[in-house]
Design a protein around this ligand. Structure first.
Ligand SMILES: Nc1ncnc2c1ncn2[C@@H]1O[C@H](COP(=O)(O)OP(=O)(O)OP(=O)(O)O)[C@@H](O)[C@H]1O
Length: 298
């Protein structure tokens, strides 16, 4: 027990309970107190424990991480990419706010098709309102490129239907477990996670005066940002709009949500007009208020 005990002062986690657990499971025995293999095992165990904690990163390491892992994914719309400095960024939570029929779902489907084609990555689409349309995706794939194999691209877009916030947590947890076990060099990297719409899941639990709804909303935002950051995924969520005071439209997830996403974009389209407008409401490195015009489908 002596070598493990000697580590106790440096690593308080290796307390007497931990040592007894190791001893009772034969991880450490009195017979081999100086075994090199055992020391190696302890070092490995400690590094696993260390990895459970978020490391402190300095500015240089963060810059290196941004350069190597947090790529910008083209949306497939030149005008939006130009507005956003290349597209949506891995590691960030991007929110698309817009009134009903402004084209949020259509834009998500088109972006999903583009990411699966251009970036040869996997896209997870969480459908909360039966809005996912494989036919529409196929249509967009042919629109983007007629030379790609649509079967292969389609098979890289996975759809999960979730109709309440708790099943969304379950799916996100499963996703996190599979990403952890797959490691960074999995066969086909998950590059984008889309939740259309996150507001329809959260507004159900926000009603009433209790604090649980807000806690669930914050937990959902935190989990999405954690997945984005730790697994270098671009997360895109939609937020519908509701009538506020005087009938003016406002995002369904309002004041207490707006600090959660890294990027907030407002989508709008006049009825009967093919041209959509997208403007920056919030961005960590770009000015708000800039607008781009684009056409989702010719
Ligand atoms: N399969 C389709 N083919 C062609 N146009 C479509 C198709 N589905 C939807 N649209 C068009 O796209 C417009 C935007 O629809 P979309 O579902 O993207 O809006 P939304 O912003 O997600 O609305 P909501 O918040 O109500 O879900 C629709 O009004 C319709 O004109």
């Amino acid at each position: 027990m002596a070598p493990l005990k000697s580590l106790e002062a440096r690593y308080p986690l290796l307390d007497s309970n931990f040592q007894s657990f190791c001893a009772s499971n034969g991880i450490f025995t009195e017979q081999q107190p100086n075994s090199d293999r055992l020391k190696e095992g302890i070092t490995q165990l400690l590094s696993i424990i260390d990895r459970q904690h978020q490391p402190w990163l300095n500015g240089l390491q963060l810059l290196e991480d941004a350069r190597q892992n947090k790529h910008v994914l083209s949306t497939g719309f030149e005008e939006i990419d130009k507005l956003l400095g290349g597209g949506v960024r891995e590691g960030q939570l991007t929110e698309l706010v817009g009134p009903s029929s402004s084209g949020k779902t259509q834009l998500c489907l088109r972006v999903a098709a583009n990411v699966a084609i251009q970036h040869v990555g996997r896209v997870i689409f969480m459908d909360t309102g039966n809005s996912f349309s494989p036919r529409r995706i196929e249509h967009f794939i042919h629109q983007i490129s007629d030379s790609v194999l649509s079967e292969k691209v389609m098979s890289n877009i996975l759809c999960y239907s979730t109709f309440d916030i708790f099943s969304m947590f379950d799916v996100l947890q499963q996703l996190e477990n599979s990403l952890k076990s797959q490691g960074p060099k999995g066969d086909c990297k998950v590059q984008m996670l889309i939740v259309d719409s996150i507001s329809s899941l959260i507004t159900h639990v926000l009603g009433g005066s209790g604090p649980q709804g807000h806690a669930l909303m914050t937990a959902a935002g935190f989990l999405l940002k954690k997945l984005a950051h730790e697994h270098n995924i671009a997360v895109l969520v939609t937020n519908h709009m509701v009538a506020g005071e005087g009938g003016t439209l406002k995002p369904a997830l309002g004041e207490s949500w707006k600090s959660i996403p890294h990027v907030r974009l407002l989508l709008s389209r006049d009825p009967g007009n093919k041209i959509s407008n997208i403007s920056i409401l919030k961005h960590p490195s770009l000015a708000s208020g800039e607008v781009a015009r684009f056409v989702i489908d010719d």
